[in-house]
Design a protein around this ligand. Structure first.
Ligand code: PBG
Length: 343
């Protein structure tokens, strides 16, 4: 490359370039034509929290998100459906008095959660209804499984067996997909077998396949009250959730869930694990989901409240990155806001 002749003005300075990538960035029209990734409302799944409190209760660390009583939940689901959101994932919040070491409310056929599922399916049948499944909202210790007698170990097989029973209960009451988020070994297979044994062959499994032991779940633990039960945000789930340092292990988990019958494989959290989303995308033909978790949502809001980041632009950029990494669907607390923005 050389300058061809002495320039007389700045804009006459010329390099001898054949390739000029900026040609394809020079106007909104060209940028629109070459854009590789577009967000659409159909990409999003809205997480919703349910409470037995008669009024919605705001979650301090998740601006704009509240735990909803059933009547408000129905209204919210109708609104989401009318905005073009096609799926919601429900999480229960239990009064601490209902929790015990065995998480026995998880199998109560008349629990608030089951009532909510029935009500949503009846009121908005076209909305794909997903239920998160793990024992942590139900256990007094806040773990996703049952503990051994000395409280030192989260027991795998008994916890996975409870998951399978829970899946049947949820599906019989109107849930379209179950989403096991507990990371017990073999739970996807146990769930598939139990569903099929009950003729629930059309119920899907959205498996939290690569779920990391992440500090980004802090605000969620406030939302479902599992932090409060354990007395700390820092409840260690390291013996079942994945080590953030590991990449290959995500493929081991994803392959197992696929073999065991999962319909969709999920990576969680999303923003700090874009390499994992890409890795799973390249190793499976199944759809891949990613969960932009509570802490990712909270940090964008917090910085925006301080005036340090632009909320709308960071929201969109964070979601675009997740889709670009390979996610076919995104669970995000921003789902409704994005549906509004994309109208
Ligand atoms: C519980 C569960 C968690 C999340 C979804 N399901 C938290 C945890 O494992 O402690 C996190 C979601 C979020 O942070 O938004 N099994």
């Amino acid at each position: 490359m050389q300058t061809l002749e002495q320039p007389t003005t700045l804009s006459q300075t010329r390099l001898n370039l054949t390739r000029r990538p900026r040609r394809l960035r020079q106007s909104p029209a060209v940028r629109g034509l070459v854009r590789e990734t577009q967000l659409t409302t159909a990409d999003f799944i809205q997480p919703l929290f349910i409470t037995d409190n008669p009024e919605p209760t705001a979650i301090e660390s998740m601006p704009g998100i509240s735990r909803l009583p059933i009547k408000d939940l129905l209204h919210e689901c109708e609104t989401l459906a009318s905005l073009g959101i096609q799926a919601v994932v429900l999480f229960p919040h239990l009064d601490p008095s209902l929790k015990d070491a065995a998480g026995s409310q998880a199998l109560n056929p008349d629990s608030l959660f089951i009532q909510a599922i029935r009500a949503v399916k009846q009121a908005v049948p076209e909305l794909l209804l997903i239920a998160d499944m793990a024992l942590d909202p139900y256990t007094s210790h806040g773990h996703d499984g049952i503990l051994n007698d000395t409280g030192t170990e989260v027991l795998n097989d008994v916890s996975a067996t409870i998951m399978a029973k829970m899946a049947v209960l949820l599906a019989q009451n109107g849930c379209d997909w179950v989403a096991p988020s507990d990371m017990m070994d073999g739970r996807v297979g146990a769930i598939r077998e139990a569903l099929d044994a009950h003729d629930l062959t059309q119920t899907g499994i959205l498996a939290y396949s690569a779920k990391y032991a992440s500090a980004y779940y802090g605000p969620f633990r406030d939302a479902v009250g599992s932090a409060q039960a354990a007395g700390t945000h820092l409840l260690s789930k390291d013996s079942y959730q994945m080590d953030p340092a590991n990449r290959r292990e995500a493929l081991v988990e994803a392959c197992l869930d696929e073999e065991e019958g999962a319909d969709v494989l999920m990576v969680k959290p999303a923003g700090a694990y874009l390499d994992i989303i890409r890795e799973v995308r390249e190793h499976t033909a199944l759809p891949v989901a990613a969960y932009q978790v509570s802490g990712e949502y909270a940090q964008i809001h917090a910085a925006a409240q301080l005036g340090w980041l632009n909320l709308e632009r960071c929201r969109e950029e964070s979601l675009l990155a997740i889709k670009r990494a390979g996610a076919d669907m995104i669970l995000s607390y921003f789902a409704k806001d994005m549906a509004l923005a994309l109208r």
